[in-house]
Design a protein around this ligand. Structure first.
Ligand code: GTP
Length: 421
């Protein structure tokens, strides 16, 4: 039996969040090292660098320092992605810097994550940043949160310290919309409860971080109920062999599509039946998220990029007024009644910010309806008016059909990400 992950091994995406120096880099380094995901030569290189710097022991944070350097060069790469695998799962880590202003980094890194790791320094306890990160994780509907209570070695692995932080976190997280929260006492530096069970926390009955990451149930993180297929490309090869081939390629955003299913195409409203489902590896009988497939229909109907294939009795919202929670990314503040390009699944349109309903203070969750100036990293609720109808679901129901992005047409910069309410 091969111990290497196969292409069918489940993929889990997670993001890390914490204040500066809570130990994110050390934790990722420890995870990679103890799970044997780094190569000997990398380990030798960081051993040498640690010695040269006169550090005691090997500084595992150096493993991610290359990424840090990259990150610091510019805003465009301020979320660094890292990949590792164990025989059980493949992992993609979105590593975001912990600076106070960097809400947008977390939003970028977390929008597709299954799990968010929120680091807390055991000596500091829950701080403003912790609340902020928990709030963003709930806003982005990250299905699982693991609160990593780190640096337990500096509080003598005291159960009381751990319980106090856990209770403090729970006292505000119950107000947030998070389904699954776990707490793990650990020392990223020494490796306690990261990959190996710690002997220093006999009072802790939960699992190690790697065990949780390998076993957390992510199968139901996707929506398998409401059928949504945004058409990305119409495939119509111009060769004799395929002369009657006409397929619609894209990625399933929700539900299960089966051969023989009756479907409806938006916006035209035409109906047809699925004749065949093709993939890169050949024909399949059914398709579900996040598969990339090509659907072939029984009838010749006019379909183009940005259209959506759904079921007649279960359709998304279809309109030009869209209410969203926006996270503003740009240095130029939001322009009330400003016009932006809007991207939603495979569809592009233009929109105007019709009204800012309120700005949210994410530390207090207070809704400010007086001062509605929205600046970088602010979160606000707005009403958008689009030039063409969008087929949306609430973000709560579907993270793909429920998200939008706003782009400044002049500079081509992404200025905001939004979640449909
Ligand atoms: N004693 C102790 N020190 C730790 C632990 N984890 C990290 N550290 C130390 O805390 C400091 C900060 O760790 P980093 O991993 O660089 O922190 P970070 O959160 O990645 O910092 P930024 O990337 O700058 O946001 C380093 O000196 C680490 O050695 C731990 O579990 N115990």
């Amino acid at each position: 039996m091969s111990l290497l992950p196969t292409e069918h091994t489940e993929l889990l995406r997670f993001t890390t969040a914490g204040s500066v120096d809570d130990g994110k880099s050390t934790l990722i380094g420890r995870l990679l090292y103890d799970s044997k995901s780094i190569f000997e030569d990398q380990y030798e290189a960081i051993t040498k660098t640690s010695e040269k710097r006169g550090e005691v022991g090997v500084n595992l944070a150096l493993l991610t320092d290359g990424l840090k350097a990259e990150r610091e060069q510019g805003i465009t790469i301020d979320v660094a992605y890292r990949y590792f695998a164990t025989p059980k799962r493949k992992f993609i880590i979105a590593d975001t810097p912990g600076h106070i202003q960097y809400t947008r980094n977390m939003v970028t890194g977390a929008s597709t994550a299954n799990v968010a790791l929120i680091l807390v320094d055991a000596r500091q306890g829950v701080v403003e940043q912790t609340r902020r990160h928990a709030f963003i994780a709930s806003l982005l509907q990250i299905p699982h949160i693991i609160v990593c209570i780190n640096k337990m070695d500096l509080v003598d692995f005291d159960e009381g310290a751990y319980n106090k932080i856990k209770e403090e976190f729970q006292s505000f997280s119950h107000k947030l919309d998070v389904k699954d929260i776990d707490f793990i006492p650990m020392s990223a530096l020494l490796g306690d409860n990261v990959v190996d069970r710690s002997e220093n926390t006999p009072w802790y009955e939960g699992s190690t971080l790697l065990y949780s990451l390998e076993n957390v149930h992510i199968g139901s993180d996707n929506n398998f109920i409401d059928c949504r297929f945004p058409v990305q490309t119409v495939i119509r090869p111009y060769s004799d062999e395929f002369h009657d081939y006409r397929g619609y390629a894209g990625r399933v955003a929700g539900g299960v599509f089966k051969k023989g299913d009756k479907v409806t195409v938006l916006p035209s409203g035409f109906t047809s039946t699925i004749k065949k489902i093709d993939t890169f590896d050949g024909e399949v009988q059914e398709a579900y998220p996040p598969m990339s497939v090509t659907l072939l229909l029984e009838d010749e109907i006019d379909i183009s990029r940005g259209d959506m294939i759904v079921r007649e009795n279960n359709q998304p919202e279809n309109g030009q007024d869209v209410e969203v929670m926006l996270c503003w990314f740009n240095e130029r503040p939001l322009q009330p009644r400003g016009k932006y390009a809007i991207m939603h699944t495979t569809k592009e349109a233009r929109c105007m910010i019709k009204e800012v309903r309120y700005r949210l203070d994410i530390n207090t969750l207070h809704r400010d309806e007086e001062n509605k100036t929205v600046e970088m990293n602010d979160i606000c609720r707005v009403l958008l008016r689009t030039t063409a109808p969008l087929f949306t679901d609430s973000y709560r129901k579907n993270r793909i059909t429920g998200s939008i992005i706003l782009v400044d047409e002049g500079t081509n910069e992404t200025v905001a990400a939004g979640m449909v309410i």
